[in-house]
Design a protein around this ligand. Sequence first.
Ligand code: SAH
Length: 360
Amino acid sequence: MEKETRKGLDVKSMNLRELETELAGEKPFRAGQMYEWMHVKLARSFDEMTNLPKALREECKERFIYTALRPVRVQESKIDGTKKFLFALSDGSLVESVWMQYRYGNSVCISSQVGCRMGCAFCASGLGGLERNLTPGEMLDQVYAITLLTGERVSNVVVMGTGEPLDNYDNLLKFIRMLTEEGGLRISQRNVTVSTCGLVPRMKQLAGEKLQITLALSLHATTDEKRMRLMPIAKRYSIRELMDACSYYFRETGRRITLEYSLVRGINDSEQDAERLCRLAKPLHCHINLIPVNPVTEREFVQPDVSGIRAFQNILEKNKINGSIRREMGRDIDGACGQLRRREVCTEIEKNGVLEENRC
Ligand code: SAH
């Protein structure tokens, strides 16, 4: 009976303490060994854990779910080498993750939910609504699977894929801790970025966790009215409240905020928009990331032309606001959030197709 109730526990989502409790009847070092197999040696199954007794491995197979994402599709950009992965989860849901090479190291962009319920007007991720939250193990395994598939160490993790990470708060926190703390990959918290559409109470709660991660706020507009046209969440929280939450985050953590601003032609790209953005940014210790909006098939938004983007950036520079235009990575491979998954889900092809690993 005991075993029956336990079956189904997700072993990769357990921190070391929890795993020790689960394996209380075993020799004390077994939990540590198993944890290392999962989170350092990146084993894909219990069978690989060769220094564990066979009987224990078999028992664990019975008792636990072992999250190991299955790559369904990989697209590689011919422009910049960016790779976009579509993974199948154990229940058949699909998530996408992106691997990018920068001068300072390899960065992985992970998803935090299957779908999203925030419904931002320019984003493909929310088109089908939210299906479910990802577990800590499913978030971790996007990093692990990509490390194995590329054969390269990941130094930066950004939670900017599908989903609203602060809408999956507890799992996100556990994921960050397991990714960065002793016993796992120990990626520096300073190299982890969490992007939010602006759930104010959660931003404040996150500030209290005293993590050294970067918080990025998807601002995208400089008046509440304009923001409401792009992001339904703007009806809940005003820009004033968002700015207060950002200041609070900086005060509590000492970490500079990033403001993300997707430039959409005719909507938020005017001179006045740029001036207002400067006024909002000035009192904050922040960096602004300008992102020319990525065209999504289902949406009619378009980017400003190059001169429009430059003009916007010049106004930021004139006002001595720290900002950069985000390089568009993987534009030729459905680079925008949720596009790859969206296409796959819509056409419902290859759900069971397994990709040969040597394509990566
Ligand atoms: N829910 C989180 C993280 C996911 S999206 C958030 O809202 O921040 C990561 C970033 O990409 C966000 O800034 C989001 O607004 C932006 N984004 C989504 N679709 C986009 C598109 N088509 N073009 C440009 N940026 C987009």
